[in-house]
Design a protein around this ligand. Structure first.
Ligand code: 13P
Length: 337
């Protein structure tokens, strides 16, 4: 048998395997400038390039990070930045055996004809941008689109999300980047967990239908799903065991074992909650590497500890390692709070 030949196929499969390596997961620091500005504002800092660089330098130069982190997703500005003493950020990552990644989507805009839903832009010029990112050292990509349960979701929004992800995945692979496929099903809403399961099954069925139609090599992709939980405003909370049961049931029904890794987003869960849920999912063997690609659940304490002060950098880096190690243990199913 063979998987579809492209000059990059072997490399894509290797990159995906390296990212999905035991006890490691992804540090997502690909906040757009606008979102990064909100994070900086929460500790009283202005949204300047200098402050964004200082914050990303703190994260990317944490000594020992590569023990727990296999990939880091960067925003375009960060991919081309260096430390204040002139080391390229991509080289800092490579020295820790961390694969540099890049957010390639251009964000969400309203989807006309839908129920107040959105679609994700960024396919125009994606091939040439991806080739540039590869040259700069990126080896994987991320495209995040969203699906809203309270808004329907409409058949149109689901189809658009799935098709956009599949086109992006094919273009990324053609340019040597492992695509992270991320249809985030937003936590917002008061729906029960069974409704989330139903929507997630529908969304992933369409995503895989179009991935196959676009001849995407499944061995060279990674997924970034939301966990299957009740809506954030639902009257009952679910335990980590229940979330793990629902989420794994959904994934086993929809995701072929050829896919090497499932790297969850944290989606607004607290740091400890996100770790406990991941740990619950790794209590028995899974067909894929089940791990994390957290942004907020790895960075909340780091930001609070840093406060923009150089004298706090070391303490902030230590707090990043605490969360990274906890999630590493959760990937191995060995975390206890
Ligand atoms: P959160 O883990 O904060 O939900 O971020 C997810 C994401 O897509 C960032 O890359």
């Amino acid at each position: 048998f063979s998987i579809r030949a492209s000059s990059y196929t072997d490399e894509l499969v290797q990159t995906a395997k390296l990212i999905a390596s035991p006890g490691r997961g992804i540090l997502a620091i690909d906040e757009s400038n606008a979102t990064c500005g909100k994070r900086l504002a929460s500790i009283g800092l202005d949204n300047t390039e200098t402050n964004r660089q200082a914050y990303r330098q703190l994260l990317l130069t944490t000594p020992g990070l590569g023990e727990y982190i296999s990939g880091a997703i960067l925003f375009e500005e960060t991919l081309f930045q260096s430390t204040t003493d002139g080391r390229k950020f991509v080289d800092c990552l490579r020295d820790e055996n961390i694969v540099p990644g890049i957010k390639v989507d251009k964000g969400l805009v309203p989807l006309p004809g839908s129920n107040n839903e959105s679609w994700c832009q960024g396919l125009d010029g994606l091939a040439s941008r991806s080739a540039e990112y590869y040259k700069q050292g990126a080896r994987f990509a991320k495209w995040r689109t969203v699906v809203s349960i309270p808004c329907g979701p409409s058949a149109l929004a689901v189809k658009e999300a799935a098709w956009g992800l599949a086109r992006y995945a094919a273009i990324s692979q053609d340019n040597g980047l492992v695509p992270i496929v991320e249809p985030e099903i937003l936590l917002d809403g008061d729906h029960p967990i069974d409704r989330t399961l139903e929507v997630a099954e529908k969304v992933w069925a369409e995503v895989f239908y179009y991935l196959a139609e676009n001849n995407v090599v499944f061995e060279g992709i990674l997924l970034k799903p939301s966990m299957v939980t009740p809506g954030a405003e639902h009257k009952e909370k679910a335990s980590p065991d229940t979330i793990a049961k629902y989420t794994l049931t959904m994934l086993k029904r929809r995701v072929p074992p050829a896919v090497p890794g499932i790297m969850f987003l944290s989606g607004g869960q607290s740091e400890v909650q996100a770790t406990l849920n991941l740990n619950a999912m790794n209590q028995s063997p899974n067909p894929w590497h089940v791990s994390f690609s957290y942004a907020r659940a790895l960075q909340n304490t780091v930001l609070k500890t840093w406060q923009g002060r150089p004298e706090n950098v070391e303490a902030a880096q230590k707090s990043l390692l605490v969360r990274a190690k906890a999630n590493s243990l959760a990937q191995l199913g060995r975390y206890s709070a």
